[in-house]
Design a protein around this ligand. Sequence first.
Ligand code: FAD
Length: 472
Amino acid sequence: MPSSPPPSIHWFRRDLRISDNPALLQASRSADAVVPVYIPSTWQEHHSWTGPNRQSFLCQSLASLAKNLETLRGRLICRSGDPIRVLEKLVRDTGATAIHFNRDPDPHGQGVEKKLQAACVEWGIECHGFHEHTLHGPTEVLTKSGDPYRVYTPYSNNWLSLPKAEPAGKPGMLNTPADIDSEEVPDLGHWGLPKPAEGILEGGERAAIERLNTAVAERISDYGEKRDIPGTAGTSRLSQDLRFGLLSIRKVFTEVSKALGRARSASSRKSIETYIKELAWREFYMAILHHYPHVLEEEFNPDWRGLPWDEPGDLFEAWKNGLTGFPLVDAGMRQLRETGFMHNRLRMVVAMFLTKDLHLDWRLGESYFMQHLVDGEIASNNGGWQWSAGTGADAAPYFRIQNPWSQSARHDPGGDYIRKWVPELKDVPAKRLHEPPADHRPLAKDYPLPIVDHKKERERTLAIFKKHKAAK
Ligand code: FAD
């Protein structure tokens, strides 16, 4: 046992930053020395729920965190294995008397926290979990009768009316003892994963702060107009930063609120307010997952449980590979494959196409997105998929089926987004990109004909849902 005063442990999870990190701040206030630890998950835990894109962004963010900690005389300790066993050994190695961590919004992470709390009692040390991933926790925004909301608008009205916490600063010096064993900061080899997509954004806190500054200075005042035009840089691109905690939500909200205070025109103010409501969607879906964790297995709306879905086969492969012959759908799927990101409008289009045109189970799409998205967030992803399938909380009603051709004409009229991601179509006039080829000939060499007839599949979907409802 070391003779110096006992350190505190800070367990990094989805909070890979040093600024406004409540648990890290408290750990540094409670002891002269802090042991910051990251515990890379094992492959088994992640199987089918992640892939090289998200893990590569994670590795970059960890490397950047390690450097940032050095500026505070800290050292990132990495130890892989079962989190409880790793922390138990670290407590023994360091003589730490307290563990601090920020709570995880996902059920799996929450299960580990419960085990840790029980283990800390056994080890005779303090255990401090902090709520920090959202502005308002899931039990803070409830109906008058104390129930969780199931509909977004009343939830967001309540959410907007609540006072919001301000960001806190950085911790003082961490003084991590020099003699603690650590593995290297993990790279993709840790999980044995293949090469990630090339167009992934840069990880780390500094890059995330730059994105926030750009979003506030250049994007949110026009957000209302541009957010639905996938061919422009009209959205904030902060989702992966919030997913990995490179930015605190308090920092984002505060900067956006300052911009709202400065906005001169009514349209800028409206845009920024629309943006803030998107942050509320994120928290709405986290609250849904918290109160109804079964959504990860089944439909939120019991009316739609047991719907008959087709077997995935060639149509699913065509969807994944961006070879459906629907240019907008293919552009979205290729953007995802090449960058680990897909514009929100496209996420809705391709999700509705999978479930309503190809009649394939939303869980297939949900899992595929989780494997490829850098911002893969269980709650938002499940919420988005169940919304599109018509099965979720406050979802699109089953009969409101988006037409991928008119979506294309409305949101990418000049075809810029399509041509960027489907280069085979670079010489095709815009008008032809937004309708099935009248001559039944492919739009370009090596580009397929539409794999289904939207009108027919729409009728089939309506019949399936109606029959299912009638049988309930
Ligand atoms: P902006 O438009 O700039 O929005 C700002 C922030 O608000 C986002 O960063 C995000 O944190 C939040 N937000 C915006 N829209 C939504 C929404 N509909 N639901 C929840 N939060 C929202 N978002 C994820 O973060 N991870 C996912 O895994 C995810 N999967 C999705 C799957 C489907 C089928 C659908 C329809 C949507 C999904 N979304 C997901 C929501 C949304 O598409 C992304 O948050 C958004 O595209 C990220 O880009 P941005 O940061 O530029 O967003």
